[in-house]
Design a binder for this molecule. Structure first.
Ligand SMILES: [Zn+2]
Length: 326
């Protein structure tokens, strides 16, 4: 549902306009609509309250009772009003469920659990809508496979903000180190007016406006696929011998760019991928070295790096199995 469109109509300005029209045209029938707009607007404010001022609380009994009364009246009006030709509309059921749920929830939290106030806006499905919005950003009408794939990308993306920042850093290094053209660079940059959903870290780090780059969603999505694979095989990569793992992994992961309209004149996708894998492998290697050093300092019985590594894996396996068994 497009809430903003409804909010654009059901608000105080519309109510004032209708009242003015009633005065101007000497027609009191406008006042009925003005009253309904006002009543619905106040209901919306109560249901989506996210601040203490509008919260449901027993601190002021009169306000508390009148708020509950407002919710019940709204339910009554929706139940009895006719929409269009008078047939029952699904939205009426939805609003009635909402009203009765809110009344029961506040009864439970304020009277039984003992909360001092309740922010009803916390019960909205905004977080689910945010998730769908992220999935639709990648593909407006995804099929089942695309949905599953994008969902996977998003669920591991509590680290997405960091990966997005890393891809930006990689692109800057590619720009500095290799020859490329404007078309290539522009094809992997973010051009929308609104910010990318994962640009939080970039924003926080951006002391000088425009110094850090924001990459396109296609570029970010491709690198996230690479990140998922890297996580699965990173231990194998770390132990590989006599091969250039960055080069090999890059060759194997080139398919992530399939279907993107990024020009091939300067092979920018390959360069970004190569630099990202190199950066990622270095970071992982450093982390592993730190872990081994920590193990050495703790356990003097570990006399070699390979024994330390084996112990490290054993510890990880124990931690993982105890986590699963919990
Ligand atoms: Zn080019």
């Amino acid at each position: 549902m497009k809430v903003q469109t409804a909010k654009d109509v059901i608000n105080n300005k519309t109510r004032t306009g209708l009242k003015l029209l009633a005065e101007y045209k000497h027609d009191p029938t406008y006042l009925t609509t003005a009253w309904f707009v006002d009543f619905s607007n106040h209901f919306f404010d109560i249901i989506t309250s996210r601040n203490y001022k509008m919260a449901l609380s027993k601190y002021n009994t009169d306000v508390y009772l009148s708020t509950l009364d407002h919710i019940r009246k709204f339910e009554h009006i929706i139940h009895n009003m006719s929409v269009g030709k008078g047939a029952w509309k699904p939205c009426k059921t939805g609003i009635r469920i909402l009203c009765s749920s809110v009344v029961n929830l506040q009864e439970y939290y304020l009277n039984k659990v003992g909360y001092s106030f309740l922010l009803l806006g916390r019960f909205t499905q905004d977080s689910v809508e945010n998730l769908f919005s992220c999935i639709r950003l990648a593909q407006p009408l995804p099929n089942i496979i695309a949905f599953k794939q994008n969902f996977k990308v998003i669920t591991i993306s509590k680290n997405g903000f960091i990966i997005y920042d890393m891809v930006g850093a990689v692109l800057r290094s590619v720009k500095k180190s290799y020859k490329s053209c404007e078309t290539c660079i522009n094809s992997v940059l973010w051009h929308e007016n609104k910010s990318h959903p994962f640009n939080l870290v970039v924003q926080l780090k951006n002391y000088t406006p425009g110094a850090l780059v924001e990459v396109s969603h296609d570029c970010f999505k491709a690198i996230m696929k690479c990140e998922i694979t890297f996580r699965k095989i990173r231990f194998v990569l770390l132990n590989a011998k006599n091969i250039d793992i960055v080069q090999c992994f890059t060759e194997g992961m080139l398919y992530i760019w399939e279907g993107n309209n990024i020009p091939d004149c300067h092979k920018i996708t390959r360069k970004i991928l190569y630099r990202f894998i190199r950066m990622r492998s270095r970071l992982y290697g450093l982390k592993q070295r730190e872990n081994i050093a920590a193990l050495f300092s703790k356990q003097s019985k570990l006399t070699s790096k390979s024994i330390a590594m084996r112990e490290s894996i054993k510890n990880k396996e124990i931690k993982r199995s105890s986590f699963i068994s919990q």
